[in-house]
Design a protein around this ligand. Structure first.
Ligand SMILES: Cc1cc2nc3c(=O)[nH]c(=O)nc-3n(C[C@H](O)[C@H](O)[C@H](O)COP(=O)(O)OP(=O)(O)OC[C@H]3O[C@@H](n4cnc5c(N)ncnc54)[C@H](O)[C@@H]3O)c2cc1C
Length: 443
C-alpha cells in the first residue's frame, strides 16, 4: 500500500490549480510490468494516469479520477546511443538533462529543451510534445521522434515507427502518440533523432523600453533572414523578480529584454551576431550587445531558466498560459495582453519563446479571493481568444490537460474533435487512460 503522505506527492503537477490524490502509485521497471498493470486496470475498469516527473503545466498528470498513477521514473536506462546513425534509444523515465550530458560526451546534440530539463522525463516530454528556446531553429520533440514502444490499455506491447528519419509506412502512429498527454497508450521506450553539436555559440542581449517594441524586433530579426537558435523574451516584472530571487546582474530598468543565441560555424555566428545587433538597433533597442564571454552568456541563460520559478513563487495561483501566434503577430499579441491586464486590473507578466511566437503571459491571482480569481479567469479567456483571432493556438507546448479543455470548442471544429474522440476510442475503448483530460465529456 502507498502511504497517504506519499500519495499526496502524486496529487499535483506543475500547475497551481489542480490536485487529486490517486489510490495507489506504481513504479514499473519493464514494459511487461506495464502490460500486466494495464490488463488488470482494464479488467477492473480502474483509471490509470501515466506520470513522469509531474512537471507539466496543464494538469496532465493530475489523477482527477483517482485510481492508479503509473510513475515511469524507474524506467531510466539509456539503451543505445548510436553515434554512427545519429539516434538514441532510451527508456522513458530518463531525465532530459541526464540524456544531454551523455550525448555531449559524444559531440551529439538533442535540441528540444523544455526549461524544466533538470527534472522532465523523456516520456513526459514526448507525451506533451515539449519544446523550448531551441524550437525557433530546431523544432520540438515531434521533429525528433523516430519510433517508440508503447503499451495499449488492453496490455498489448506495440512497436511503432522505426529508426530512420524518413518512414512512410501507413499512418504515422508515433506522431499520434506524441502530444497525446497519456490518454492513448503508455510509452515505455523511444528512439530519437540526434544532430552533431554545433561548433560555436554566441549570445546577444538586447534591452528595450517596451515589451511591444521587443516583439517588433523579433519580427525584424527573423525577416532580415537570420535564423537564431533561440530568441527568448522577459518583461520588466520578470527581470526584477529574477534579480530579487537569484541576482544575476540583469538590467533592472529594462522594459523588456531579448536573449538571442546564434550557433553554427564561428564565422557564420560572428556574422549573425552583427546582423542581430543591427536589426535590434533599427527596431529601437536602447542597448544591444554580445555577451562578453561564455560565462556571461551562461548567466543570462540561467536567468531565463529561473523565469518560471520566479513567477510561480510570486503569487498563490498563477495561470501560466502558453499561447502561440504566427510570428508576424507577436507584437499584436503583447499589446493585447497588456490591454487585457489594464481592463481587468491584473498583473499579467510576459515571458516566452518569442522567436517561435510562443508566449507565456502569466496571470497572478489567488483562488481564495473569489472576485480576483474570477477576473483572472476572464482575462485568460480573452488571451486565448486573442491568440485564436491572430491565427494562433491555445497551447504551443504545455498541452491541453485540464487547464485548457474548456477552450477546445473554440480552438477546433466539432468534426475535428470527433476525430480526436474516435482515435481515443480505438486506442482506449474503456476510457481507462488519463480520463477527464483534453476535451469536456459530451453533454
Ligand atoms: C519551471 C518549468 C519550466 C518549464 N518549461 C517548459 C518549456 O520550456 N517547454 C515545455 O514544453 N514545457 C515546459 N514545462 C512543462 C513540463 O516540464 C513539460 O511538459 C514536460 O514535458 C513534462 O515532463 P514530465 O516528465 O514532468 O511529465 P509529466 O508532467 O509527469 O507528464 C506530462 C504528461 O505526459 C503523460 N505521460 C508522462 N509519461 C508518460 C508515458 N511514459 N507514457 C504516456 N504518457 C505519459 C502524463 O500523463 C501527462 O499527461 C516547464 C515546467 C516547469 C515546471
Amino acid at each position: 500500500m502507498t502511504a497517504p503522505l506519499d500519495l499526496a506527492s502524486y496529487a499535483f503537477d506543475g500547475t497551481t490549480s489542480w490536485q487529486s490524490k490517486p489510490d495507489v502509485v506504481v513504479f514499473p521497471t519493464t514494459a511487461e510490468q506495464v502490460s500486466q498493470i494495464m490488463k488488470l486496470a482494464t479488467a477492473q475498469k480502474i483509471p490509470v494516469t501515466p506520470r513522469g516527473a509531474g512537471s507539466n503545466l496543464s494538469g496532465g498528470s493530475v489523477p482527477v479520477s483517482a485510481g492508479i498513477v503509473l510513475c515511469m521514473t524507474r524506467m531510466n536506462k539509456i539503451l543505445k546511443i548510436d553515434a554512427d546513425s545519429f539516434t538514441v534509444t532510451t527508456e522513458v523515465g530518463v531525465v532530459l538533462n541526464d540524456l544531454n550530458l551523455e550525448l555531449t560526451k559524444q559531440n551529439l546534440f538533442f535540441p528540444p529543451d523544455p526549461q524544466s530539463f533538470l527534472a522532465a522525463t523523456i516520456g513526459g516530454c514526448v507525451s506533451e510534445n515539449a519544446g523550448g528556446p531551441y524550437a525557433v531553429k530546431y523544432g520540438v520533440f515531434k521533429h525528433y521522434l523516430l519510433g517508440l514502444t508503447a503499451v495499449l490499455p488492453n496490455g498489448a506491447i506495440v512497436k511503432l515507427g522505426g529508426n530512420t528519419v524518413k518512414n512512410v509506412t501507413g499512418y504515422d502512429l508515433p506522431q499520434i502518440l506524441c502530444g497525446s498527454e497519456g490518454t492513448l497508450a503508455v510509452i515505455t521506450q523511444v528512439t530519437l533523432r540526434l544532430l552533431p553539436l554545433p561548433p560555436s555559440h554566441r549570445t546577444v542581449v538586447a534591452v528595450f523600453d517596451k515589451v511591444v517594441t521587443s516583439g517588433q524586433a523579433v519580427h525584424k530579426v527573423l525577416t532580415a533572414g537570420i535564423l537564431p537558435a533561440k530568441i527568448e523574451m522577459m518583461d520588466n516584472w520578470v527581470i526584477r523578480r529574477i534579480e530579487e530571487t537569484t541576482p544575476l546582474g540583469l538590467p533592472l530598468d529594462a522594459g523588456s529584454m531579448l536573449l538571442f543565441e546564434l550557433d553554427g560555424t564561428q564565422s557564420a555566428v560572428d556574422k549573425d551576431v552583427e546582423s542581430v545587433i543591427k536589426s535590434c538597433q533599427q527596431a529601437g533597442a536602447i542597448n544591444v550587445r554580445a555577451a562578453k564571454d561564455a560565462g556571461e552568456a551562461a548567466n543570462f541563460w540561467t536567468a531565463r531558466r529561473a523565469g518560471f520559478s520566479a513567477i510561480y513563487g510570486a503569487s498563490p495561483n498563477i495561470f501560466a498560459e502558453d499561447v502561440t501566434v504566427p510570428i508576424s503577430h507577436i507584437a499584436d499579441l503583447i499589446d493585447k495582453v497588456q490591454q487585457i491586464a489594464k481592463k481587468y486590473d491584473l498583473t499579467i507578466v510576459i515571458i516566452g519563446h518569442a522567436g517561435d511566437g510562443n508566449l507565456h503571459p502569466s496571470v497572478l491571482t489567488d483562488k481564495k479571493n473569489a472576485e480576483h480569481y474570477a477576473r483572472a479567469e476572464k482575462a485568460v479567456d480573452e488571451i486565448f481568444l486573442a491568440a485564436l483571432e491572430y491565427g494562433g493556438a491555445i497551447s504551443g507546448e504545455h498541452g491541453i490537460g485540464l487547464e485548457k479543455k474548456r477552450f477546445m470548442k473554440q480552438a477546433m471544429q466539432p468534426e475535428a474533435i470527433d476525430l480526436l474522440r474516435g482515435i481515443k476510442k480505438v486506442f482506449d475503448p474503456d476510457n481507462i487512460l488519463n480520463p477527464g483530460k483534453i476535451w469536456e465529456e459530451k453533454s
